[in-house]
Ligand binder design. Structure first.
Ligand SMILES: [Ca+2]
Ligand SMILES: [Ca+2]
Length: 434
């Protein structure tokens, strides 16, 4: 008996089934895509990646090249730190003392500008942005801040100018296309120093409000979409002033993020300054004072603000988010001897997680605050091992943070933050969807 016709028929039937199945799958996919276009790999579920000082793991920090690379690496926000020039223009630098990140020391015409100043109570010797006009700043070139850790970045030393804040915003505007929106996450640096305490090299008060300049620049650039801006500061007064004064005056309402320095060792400098200069604290801080156990004084540590009551007050009065140091959120201990986790012959991993999570995380999330810890860095010297002794990559660290509920983090290597988000979201999908 010749069974071939049956086999052919069977094969045909199977191929029809297969075609039908493929069509069904295609149809199903199309249906899913048309109804939930964001569900197939594009929905970030509200999780963000903040490029800390640009892609500063790969380029000298706070340069347009660093920000541009961060955008290419799919960061959602680029982060400029802001200080002011002598003529009151905001520029992107982490410190107002610029010998560590520019070639100013190699400019003989500026040799006489070298001086020593107290910045937030700390003596600093070098060259200060408030003593240079923007035109003078533009003659300088950026260099890598930590060449011993990032030797590969030194090949870019001397290539890039110092950008103004306006230029950073313009870059974000230019690159916001094809449905993508690049956010800007500016930080006011030493706002009390710039507004109240600091003096130029000639002795005249600086008297510049970084908050007022920041809002002025955003409004001038038309960059006022609350979905594309977070404004951050380690100081409290200037954020409250932004909320109560500068933003309403300009008719804008942008989310503010309160940064926290080390809970156990650091103090907010505005509080130190105002309390020790006899300022009217109630006028500056309002109800915040009553939320801090024992009130606030020149000795109040950041940890006193990391309580449920304070976080709830902040959310109700000015803050949309908080930016704690990751070492406070997930306490680490120093290892007795360093570990060579990547087996490159250099033992540089120096700390280990404790398994503890500071309750501030839960309190902040419960209060409805965004939580954006800082700073994730990929190099071994910045990494930790788990309490169980497993060395963590920066991607593992980022996945852990997302798993704990944070909505974003500041990272020097945005490509690895983006990878962590993809991995986390993929791992989080129910099994049948994979
Ligand atoms: Ca910063
Ligand atoms: Ca190593």
């Amino acid at each position: 008996m010749n069974k071939r016709p049956n086999r052919v028929a069977l094969a045909r039937a199977l191929s029809v089934c297969a075609l039908f199945s493929l069509a069904a799958i295609a149809f199903a996919k199309e249906a899913v895509n048309s109804h939930k276009p964001e569900q197939r790999g594009h929905d970030k579920q509200g999780l963000i990646v903040i490029a800390h000082r640009g892609a500063s793991g790969y380029r000298p920090e706070h340069t347009l090249a660093a920000y541009r690379l961060a955008i290419q690496q799919s960061a959602d926000f680029i982060e400029p730190d802001l200080v002011a020039t002598k003529d009151g223009v905001l520029i992107a630098r982490h410190e107002n003392e610029i010998s560590g990140t520019t070639d100013v020391a190699a400019h003989p015409e500026f040799a006489s500008r070298k001086t020593t100043k107290l910045v937030d109570g700390v003596a600093m010797t070098g060259w200060f942005t408030e003593d240079f006009t923007l035109a003078e700043i533009k003659t300088l070139r950026a260099k890598e801040r930590i060449p011993q850790i990032r030797p590969g970045n030194t090949r870019f030393d001397g290539q890039y100018a110092i950008p103004t804040f306006a230029e950073v915003v313009q870059l974000a505007k230019q690159e916001s296309r094809g449905g993508r929106r690049i956010g800007v996450y500016p930080e006011t640096k030493h706002p009390t120093y710039f507004a109240k305490e600091g003096r130029r090299i000639d002795g005249s008060p600086i008297a510049v409000s970084l908050g007022a300049k920041l809002i002025e620049t955003l409004v001038a650039e038309g960059f006022i979409n609350p979905a594309q801006v977070y404004i951050q500061s380690f100081e409290f007064e200037n954020l409250i002033e932004l909320e109560k004064r500068w933003m309403p005056a300009a008719g804008v309402d942008l989310p503010l993020v309160q940064l926290y320095d080390d809970f156990h060792a650091a103090k907010p400098y505005d509080v130190v300054y105002n309390a020790s200069h006899g300022a009217n604290l109630a006028a500056l801080y309002g109800g915040l004072i009553g939320q801090v156990e024992g009130g606030i004084s020149a000795n109040t540590l950041y940890g006193a603000f990391a309580t449920e009551q304070v976080l709830q007050w902040m959310k109700a009065n000015y803050a949309s988010g908080v930016g704690p140091w990751k070492g406070n959120l997930l306490p680490r201990v120093t290892l007795a001897s360093k570990v060579d986790a990547d087996r490159n012959g250099k033992a540089e991993l120096a700390s280990q997680g404790t398994g503890l999570v500071h309750p501030m995380l839960g309190w902040a999330l419960k209060a409805g605050l965004q939580v954006h810890p800082y700073t994730l860095r990929a190099e071994e010297s910045f990494l930790a091992q788990t309490p169980g002794g497993i060395p963590q990559s920066v991607i593992a660290e980022a996945v852990q943070l997302y798993g704990l509920g944070v909505q974003g983090f500041f990272i020097d290597h945005p490509d690895q933050g983006v990878a962590a988000r993809e991995i986390f979201l993929d791992l989080s999908r129910p099994l049948r969807e994979r």
